[in-house]
Design a protein around this ligand. Structure first.
Ligand SMILES: [Zn+2]
Ligand SMILES: [Zn+2]
Length: 189
């Protein structure tokens, strides 16, 4: 199996599954992920990529609606947290946000950093979205730089994570009824 260095958990098992490779200057390449057909652009170092033998499972990835922003996540996904707070509702335009907390070092912006725009929705709370298509991608707290919260709706399928609880249900949309048996918290847990 061949290992892609910038997607450490991405593998392809034989030549027919090998990603299309495009030379991008000295020692660099750009390929399309052939494992899940997601056309995931990857940039890495050619010399370190091919010939490595390792078996690793595929890495969760995602992006915005227009495709300008693409990201990858290293490691397993935590459960999805459903947030019904009024800020999340307005930010998403939906009755709730679906967020996955991820350690910052495990979240990699593969492309589109110039498109990722910051909106400070309250002191210390930043919501980052695509300036082209408006997709909310992540949020973060400036006082907690070790964590980001990925918007689960931007993840590529299949998504192994499932919702674990509802938060801020005290301020949830009055037109939306929660009909599952997940734990509910009036504010945070
Ligand atoms: Zn976009
Ligand atoms: Zn919220």
């Amino acid at each position: 199996m061949k290992l892609c260095i910038s997607v450490p958990r991405c593998t392809f098992t034989n030549r027919s599954e090998a990603p299309e490779v495009f030379p991008r200057g000295q020692g660099q390449f750009k390929c399309m992920c052939a494992l899940d057909g997601s056309s995931l652009p990857v940039v890495g170092i050619t010399s370190a990529v091919f010939g490595l033998e390792r078996e690793i499972q595929h890495m969760p990835s995602g992006g915005c609606l227009c495709g300008a922003i693409r990201y990858q996540i290293q490691g397993d996904l935590a459960p999805i947290e459903i947030c019904h707070c009024s800020q999340c509702r307005r930010a998403q335009g939906t009755p709730f946000a679906s967020n996955i907390p991820i350690r910052s070092e495990r979240f990699t912006l593969v492309q589109g950093s110039e498109s990722l725009t910051v909106y400070a929705s309250s002191p210390g709370k930043e919501r980052l979205f695509c300036r082209h298509c408006g997709s909310p991608v992540i949020s973060r707290r400036t006082g907690v730089p070790d964590w980001v919260r990925v918007r689960a709706g931007t993840l590529d399928a299949p998504v192994p994570a499932r919702p674990r609880a509802h938060f801020h249900v005290a301020s949830k949309a009055d037109w939306w009824d929660i009909e599952d048996d997940l734990p509910r918290y009036a504010e945070r847990d």
